[in-house]
Design a protein around this ligand. Sequence first.
Ligand code: DGI
Ligand code: FE
Ligand code: FE
Length: 186
Amino acid sequence: MRKKLKKALTKERYEHTKGVMYTAAALAMAYEYDIQKAMIAGLLHDCCKCMSPEENISICDEHHVLLTQVEYDNPALIHAKAGSVYAQTNYGINDPEILHAIRVHTTGEPDMSLLDKILFVSDYIEPGRDKAANLTEIRRLAFSDINQCVAKILYDTLHFLNQKKGVIDPQTSITYEYYQQFMEVK
Ligand code: DGI
Ligand code: FE
Ligand code: FE
């Protein structure tokens, strides 16, 4: 899988992928989740990230995965759904928990499974990431309170998208509304 991914991704994306894979392993240790499964989810989560919007859309079309208008308008969002299909068809992954975690890794969804949260958080905090705000605190929270960590990531992502006038996928807001309950009371 690593060999194949190395060819399918840019150097930077492959480095990010390895960062997510090892971070997911560490979080699996902290929360007593299956380490191998967490690593596979991390390894494959961005497997369609370096394909064109057309390729991403056609992978979803071929497998009857419905896309929303926001996704068509912001095709960068589609690599999550496309990646979930592609991990199954081209990397032979059939584990529904892994495929689900890949599918929701960009926007999240309410009441995520432990693996969903491990992947969502790893994607944001892996060692190669350096641009997001509050990374020190978010990295600490990842290992002490993963629900609060997910809430803060969503809060910061929505804030970031608002600031740069990015289109917010309603799914991201819906996920945040659910995770708000875990925000620390000040
Ligand atoms: O694929 P990665 O870059 O590793 O990470 P990702 O799959 O989380 O995608 C990251 C981008 O997705 C980041 O710039 C924030 C963006 N994103 C998350 N939620 C939304 C969103 N972009 C838009 N336009 N709308 C959203 O709701
Ligand atoms: Fe991604
Ligand atoms: Fe990623």
